[in-house]
Design a protein around this ligand. Structure first.
Ligand SMILES: Nc1ncnc2c1ncn2[C@@H]1O[C@H](COP(=O)(O)OP(=O)(O)OP(=O)(O)O)[C@@H](O)[C@H]1O
Length: 253
């Protein structure tokens, strides 16, 4: 059981304040979606949680340890981060990327571990492909596999389902939310409908502030969604599945 706790974190870059005192606590067993309009600060919050951005003030604790005091290697062993964009410095095969990822997370990688990881994460058919030849969606799948193969207690993923076709998108979102129910996953989601369908808790960001944080069912009905996104939402329910889709642009904007 692990806890990730952000306390009043403020992030400033180039004289701009991107996060204005974000506070929340997340624990093992939670599948959390971060949603919000473009520029709300979702990636900034995720990078801060991953220890890639140092807040100007406030603290981020992994259990009782400030993540700012952890080495990059120890952070990487407990927090898996799937970035929005990734490009290796040189071209590399998928199998070598997976091998490097596994070796970084374990003292020794036993024979067979790599093959198992490629199979488990459904990227076996891509194993001999060069990174430069992969489509955007294939790259997203490999990136997620690289991180999941190391089984981190905390998974942070920044819009990993972008570029994916509907089936792959559903599979990936299912995988990310399921991972949170055994470990902890915090995922930036642009697809509001999938965020509400698959995740248990929603963090809504606007202008660098967490403006709603609660159980999915509670945030689903909250009028603040309309205020923040500036659209009307059409909510509907078929059997037990609730959906939410943008209707019209709100006239006040
Ligand atoms: N290095 C930087 N210097 C100055 N401003 C930055 C920097 N990086 C990001 N920003 C700004 O900070 C704000 C938040 O950016 P962030 O990428 O966290 O938003 P986001 O919610 O993830 O957006 P999107 O949905 O478009 O991906 C944006 O206005 C962005 O332009």
């Amino acid at each position: 059981m692990v806890t990730l706790k952000a306390q009043e974190i403020v992030v400033r870059l180039q004289a701009r304040t991107l996060l204005h005192g974000a506070t929340f606590t997340a624990c093992s067993g939670e599948a959390i979606a971060i949603i919000g309009p473009n520029g709300a600060g979702k990636s900034t919050l995720l990078k801060s949680l991953a220890g890639l951005l140092r807040p100007a003030s406030g603290s981020i604790m992994y259990d009782d340890t400030p993540i700012s005091s952890m080495t990059a290697a120890s952070r990487a062993s407990v927090i898996g981060y799937v970035p929005q964009h990734f490009n290796p410095h040189w071209d590399i095969r998928v199998t070598d990327l997976m091998q490097i990822s596994l070796e970084r997370s374990r003292a020794s990688v036993q024979r067979g571990t790599l093959d198992t990881a490629l199979r488990t994460h459904d990227i076996e058919p891509l194993r001999d492909r060069w990174w430069s030849t992969l489509s955007g969606g294939e790259r997203n799948r490999v990136l997620l596999a690289m991180v999941l193969a190391t089984a981190p207690p905390v998974l942070l993923a920044d819009e990993p389902a972008a570029n994916l076709d509907p089936r792959c998108r559903l599979e990936m979102v299912e995988r990310l939310s399921a991972y949170g129910r055994t470990a902890l996953s915090i995922v930036v989601m642009h697809d509001i409908d999938l965020a509400f369908r698959y995740f248990d808790r929603i963090l809504l960001l606007n202008d660098g502030r967490i403006v709603a944080d609660g159980a999915t069912a509670a945030v689903y009905d909250a009028p603040i969604l309309e205020d923040v996104f500036g659209v009307s939402f059409i909510r509907s329910q078929h059997e037990s599945v609730k959906t939410i889709h943008p209707g019209n642009v709100a006239p006040t904007r």
